[in-house]
Design a protein around this ligand. Structure first.
Ligand SMILES: C[S@@+](CC[C@H](N)C(=O)[O-])C[C@H]1O[C@@H](n2cnc3c(N)ncnc32)[C@H](O)[C@@H]1O
Length: 279
C-alpha cells in the first residue's frame, strides 16, 4: 500500500530485542514496515481529529516496541507509557526507547490509569480476546482517554475472515477454523482459543465484522467514530475514535450492552426517547 506520509528521514532506533516474537525471519523488513505504517495511521488520526500534539501516549500492548520506536522518533517530546503482559517487552521499551514501563494485567480494569492519555495505540490486542475481554478493553480505553483524546485500535474483520475461509495457510493454524467462521457468519463476532493456550490464560483469535463493531460503539455516546479503515494495517482493520463528552444522545439500543439495564430502553415510557417525545 502506498505510504500516507513520508517518514523515510525519521531517525528510528532499529535495535531489535532478542525475544521480540513479531520479527519474521523470512521477511525482516516487514517488522519495520508495519511499525512505520502504524505511525502513518496515528499521524492520520491526528489530522482527522485536529490534534497538533500527542503529549501523553499509551502503547498497549507495546510488545518489544515494533510501533513504539516510531512513536518515540516522531513524538520526541511525548511521555510514552509502554504496557504489556510481556515483562521482557515492557522492560526493553523502557530502557531502549525511554518509555514509562507498566506491567499489564489480564483484567485491564486493574491497571492504575485514569483519564490521562491524549492517544492510545492498541495494535493487535482485541484481535486475541474473547468477547467479554474485548468489551472490557474498549470500556477501559474510553475511560483512560482524556476529553478530546484519540484511540487508534486494530481489529480483524472481513479480510482475515476471507483469508481463513479461502484456506490460506499461516494466517492461524492453531485454532478450530470451521468453528470460528461459523460463529463469525452467524453473529459477526467470533473467538477461538489457540490450541496451546489454556482456560485461565484464554488467548486466541477474534474476528469482528465492521457491523458488529459499529453496533458495539453505540454503547458510547461520548465517542465519535472518526474512521473505520478496512485492511489498513497489514491484514487488520483500523478504527479511529475521538472522545467528546455528551456528543451523541444514546438513542440506539445495543444487543451486547452488558453495562445497561435492558428494561430501561430508550423508547420506553420514561426512557430517553420517551422524554424527548414528551412521554
Ligand atoms: C500480537 S502481539 C502485538 C504486540 C505489539 N502491539 C506489536 O505490534 O508488536 C500481542 C501482545 O498482546 C499482549 N497482551 C495480551 N493480553 C494483554 C493484556 N491484558 N494486557 C497487555 N498486553 C496484553 C501480549 O503479551 C503480546 O505482546
Amino acid at each position: 500500500m502506498k505510504p500516507l506520509y513520508d517518514f523515510s528521514s525519521l531517525a528510528v532506533d532499529r535495535t531489535v530485542a532478542p525475544r521480540d516474537g513479531m520479527v519474521s525471519p523470512d521477511l525482516p523488513e516487514q517488522y519495520f514496515d508495519l511499525g512505520r505504517r502504524a505511525l502513518e495511521l496515528i499521524h492520520f488520526s491526528a489530522e482527522l481529529c485536529d490534534k497538533p500534539h500527542y503529549p501523553n501516549i499509551l502503547d498497549l500492548p507495546c510488545g518489544h516496541g515494533r510501533v513504539l520506536r516510531w512513536l518515540r522518533a516522531h513524538y520526541g517530546y511525548a511521555n510514552i507509557t509502554a504496557c504489556d503482559l510481556d515483562r521482557d517487552g515492557v522492560d526493553f521499551c523502557g530502557k531502549q526507547f525511554g518509555a514509562k514501563p507498566v506491567y499489564s494485567e489480564v483484567d485491564l480494569h486493574r491497571l492504575p490509569f485514569a483519564n490521562q492519555f491524549d492517544l492510545i495505540w492498541v495494535g493487535s490486542l482485541v484481535t486475541h480476546l474473547r468477547k467479554d475481554r474485548w468489551l472490557a478493553t474498549l470500556d477501559c480505553l474510553v475511560k483512560w482517554t482524556k476529553e478530546c483524546g484519540v484511540i487508534v485500535l486494530t481489529t480483524q474483520g472481513r479480510t482475515v475472515s476471507s483469508l481463513l475461509a479461502r484456506g490460506r495457510r499461516n494466517v492461524a493454524e492453531n485454532i478450530d477454523k470451521p468453528a470460528l467462521l461459523e460463529e463469525y457468519a452467524r453473529t459477526g463476532f467470533a473467538y477461538q482459543r489457540y490450541f496451546e493456550s489454556n482456560a485461565e490464560e484464554d488467548y486466541g483469535l477474534a474476528l469482528t465484522s465492521p457491523e458488529w463493531v459499529m453496533r458495539t460503539l453505540q454503547r458510547y455516546p461520548d465517542v465519535i467514530l472518526r474512521a473505520y479503515l478496512e485492511e489498513a494495517w497489514g491484514m487488520q482493520d483500523v478504527i479511529i475514535l475521538y472522545k467528546k463528552a455528551g456528543h451523541f444522545e444514546p438513542l440506539l439500543g445495543v444487543p451486547e450492552m452488558n453495562a445497561v439495564d435492558k428494561t430501561a430502553g430508550a423508547g420506553k415510557p420514561g426512557g430517553l426517547l420517551g422524554k424527548l417525545l414528551g412521554r
